[in-house]
Write a protein that binds this ligand. Structure first.
Ligand code: SAH
Length: 454
């Protein structure tokens, strides 16, 4: 019987959904982080639960052929990447299998996923970082919360960030120290600086620096602007006001201190305005492949009505708008909707309409209006769609539903519900939007089960 503090050899045969290695010891599952499938490791048991144990990797006794040396000094402390210790090919293989397994296990759908669409570029691809700022033992830290803690790992040089983020972090640190600006303390709810939020538009090489504060103004802001101007891509400096004592990073109010208050990116030959609060895919190169895939699956016709639910700044729908009769987008965040409207104007798209609202309510209202979309795109946050929304979508009777998701588990759950209402999963395509991390994006095509019959 396995006990705490045992040191055991373990062959790693699979990964958990968090990317930890799984081995079996006398039939009992043991989870070990930083272990690779194919490794035999020596691990120290730190916890024994009723159905599994957790081990800490002490030594790799025999390395897997997938193993490689890690290439980021923050790994694994920062908790951002899960797979810097294995080859990218092995990571892709795992992600493809994860998606197929979720459909079988959670969705009861026995259909293998298409080959995963991997990334050419696995470094510096992220266009966004929200970095907590903290003073720990009189040391200023800007970086990432260590897994399951609020300890900050100083992380100016994350391998997933573009180089101008490194520079912005360094300049911001210098600014805080030079002017003795106070840093927010979660326990006392005192102090000013909470997060440094960076966003980059790769196509136009534009950097947005947004300082999240527990207050109304940033002292010496003009000095920060002055120093950030040494970064060639620096375009705009914005304050975000967040006085709430919660873990939510951004408040709802923004103030522009320098530049326009937004940046503009280009995707699928269209331009997109990005305000601080607007959702935008973090890996635009891969997002482009995702949108192309969604377009291929949609096979739009000039007579089609396309409903883009959870549309953010309108990206997916707008890239398809020229191929359809009308596009309707629905999104809950006000500034994302106004960006989407402006994006359609800037791209000379005049068959699009955007509605601010909860997807569930807006879809029901559209249905009552008699709108009958031929194609519905669903791209909800991780928690997936409301059951009621799925029912409304199915009642609208579209020929195709294209479901884009960053969580295979909720995706499989929702596809099961849609299946029960008369839709069939035709294809499942995983796309790696988040190389080296445990996350994977998937796009699914569903059509009416009885389509073409009778
Ligand atoms: N399709 C977009 C955005 C996807 S992210 C893109 O590819 O860029 C999910 C979006 O859903 C976010 O913009 C979020 O603000 C929005 N959202 C979250 N909950 C919502 C709800 N209940 N109703 C409508 N939109 C919602």
């Amino acid at each position: 019987m396995l006990k705490k503090n045992d040191d055991i050899p373990l062959f790693i045969e699979d990964y958990t959904s968090e990317g930890n290695g799984i081995g079996r010891y006398e039939g009992f599952a043991v989870f070990v982080s930083e272990a690779a499938v194919g490794d035999t490791v020596l691990c120290h048991i730190i916890k024994v639960k009723s159905s599994y144990a957790i081990g800490k990797l002490l030594q790799v006794l025999s390395p897997s052929k997938d193993r490689r040396s890690t290439d980021c000094r923050l790994f694994p402390k920062c908790g951002g990447c899960a797979f810097r210790h294995i080859t990218y090919e092995a990571e892709l293989k795992y992600k493809g299998k994860l998606v197929s397994d979720a459909f079988l296990r959670i969705g009861g759908i026995d259909l293998a996923a298409e080959p995963i669409i991997g990334a050419q570029n696995i470094y510096g691809y992220r266009n966004k970082a929200q970095l907590p700022v903290k003073m720990e033992d009189n040391v200023l830290k800007i970086g990432f919360y260590a897994p399951k803690s609020h300890r900050v790992i100083d992380g100016g040089e994350c391998a997933l960030h573009p180089r101008d983020f490194f520079r912005a972090v360094k300049l911001f640190k210098d600014f805080i120290c030079s002017f003795g600006i106070s840093v927010y303390d979660e326990t006392t709810h005192k102090g000013l600086i909470r997060h440094l939020y960076l966003r980059k538009a790769f196509a136009a090489n534009e950097l947005m620096v947004c300082v999240v504060i527990n207050g109304d103004c940033l002292p010496h802001a003009e000095k920060l602007t002055e120093s950030l101007r040494s970064v060639p891509s620096f375009k705009t400096l914005v304050l975000n006001i967040n006085k709430a004592s919660t873990n939510v990073v951004l408040g709802t109010q923004c103030k522009t201190l320098f530049g326009p208050g937004w940046i503009t990116d280009e995707l699928c030959h269209l331009s997109f305005k990005l305000s601080p609060l607007t959702f935008y895919q973090v890996n635009p190169e891969q997002a482009q492949l995702l949108y192309q895939k969604a377009g291929e699956l949609a096979e739009c016709k000039k007579t089609d009505t396309l409903l883009d639910l959870y549309c953010g700044t309108g990206t997916i729908g707008l890239t398809l708008a020229k191929n359809v009769k009308q596009l309707i987008g629905v999104e809950i965040i006000e500034s994302a909707v106004s960006d989407a409207i402006e994006n359609s104007r800037n791209n000379r798209i005049n068959n699009a309409r955007f509605i601010r609202g909860d997807a569930k309510d807006a879809a029901a209202a559209l249905k009552n209006e008699g709108i009958a979309p031929n194609i519905v795109i669903l791209d909800p946050p991780r928690k997936g769609c409301d059951k009621e929304l799925l029912k409304t979508v199915s009642d609208m009777n579209p020929e195709k539903i294209i479901y884009v998701s960053c969580d295979p588990a909720t995706l499989a759950r929702d596809c099961k519900i849609l299946k029960e209402t008369g839709y069939t999963v035709k294809t499942i395509t995983p796309i790696d939007l988040f190389p080296r991390t445990v996350h994977v994006e998937t796009v699914v095509l569903m059509t009416r089960t009885d389509a073409g019959k009778g």
